[in-house]
Every structure is written in structure tokens, then in C-alpha cells.
Design a protein around this ligand. Structure first.
Ligand code: FES
Length: 121
């Protein structure tokens, strides 16, 4: 079994060992970390956290746009660690998750690829 170390920067750098095959949300909650969640299939964004170091596989998520991914957000209910990682969790980590679309609209390259693609006419 491959395990990685998860450091939670905004919880006094607490560390946890997680199984690389398990979603981070489950692996951390099982060890007593209080994390918000909703759908648990990668669609609602409630469980988003900010990855500040390391790598995850979150190919199954559908909640984040490219801008949010570029800011380091990860969807813990589907993301699995692929290295030792450092996270910021909870609402404190959501400072850059949302923005006002009227004041600061997304650029085409920040949208999901299927949304940004021109329509067939
Ligand atoms: S709980 Fe809904 S996206 Fe993770």
C-alpha cells in the first residue's frame, strides 16, 4: 500500500498518513479531520481545499474551472494524493475560490474546455 503524508498548513501543520488509493476527504475524515462536504462525487465544490505543495489526481472532479485549478484548488472527495502534499482546508482556504462574475468575468481560457469550445453551426 502506498501512503503519503498530508500536512494541513492552517491546522498547525498537523500531518496525516493517507492511502494513495483513497479520496482525501475519506482518508482525512476517518482520522478525525473536520472537513465540509456535500455531494461526494466531485460536483458541488463544498469540499474544495487549496493545495499549496505536492500533487493530486483529481481527474474525476467536475466542479472546478481552469482558473480555480490554476489557483491550486482541489476537490477532496475525489482527489487522491500522488505525492506528499500540503493543504489549506475549510472556508479560510476559499478566499480565491469564488469571484464576482460581473466585476471580474472569466476569460475564455479559464473556462472548462467543453464550455469554451465554439458551438457547431
Ligand atoms: S463534496 Fe461535492 S464536490 Fe466534493
Amino acid at each position: 500500500m502506498t501512503t503519503y503524508t498530508v500536512t494541513i498548513a492552517n491546522r498547525d501543520n498537523a500531518t496525516y498518513q493517507v492511502d494513495a488509493r483513497r479520496p482525501l476527504l475519506d482518508a482525512l475524515r476517518d482520522q478525525g479531520v473536520d472537513l465540509p462536504y456535500g455531494c461526494k462525487y466531485g460536483g458541488c465544490i463544498t469540499c474544495a481545499a487549496k493545495l499549496t505543495d505536492g500533487q493530486v489526481d483529481q481527474r474525476r472532479q467536475v466542479a472546478l474551472n481552469n482558473r480555480q485549478i490554476a489557483e491550486g484548488y482541489v476537490i477532496l472527495c475525489v482527489a487522491r494524493a500522488t505525492s506528499d502534499i500540503t493543504l489549506e482546508i475549510g472556508v479560510e482556504s476559499h478566499d480565491r475560490l469564488y469571484r464576482n462574475p460581473f466585476l471580474d468575468p472569466l476569460k475564455p481560457h479559464e473556462l472548462k474546455a467543453d464550455v469554451a469550445a465554439p458551438k457547431e453551426t
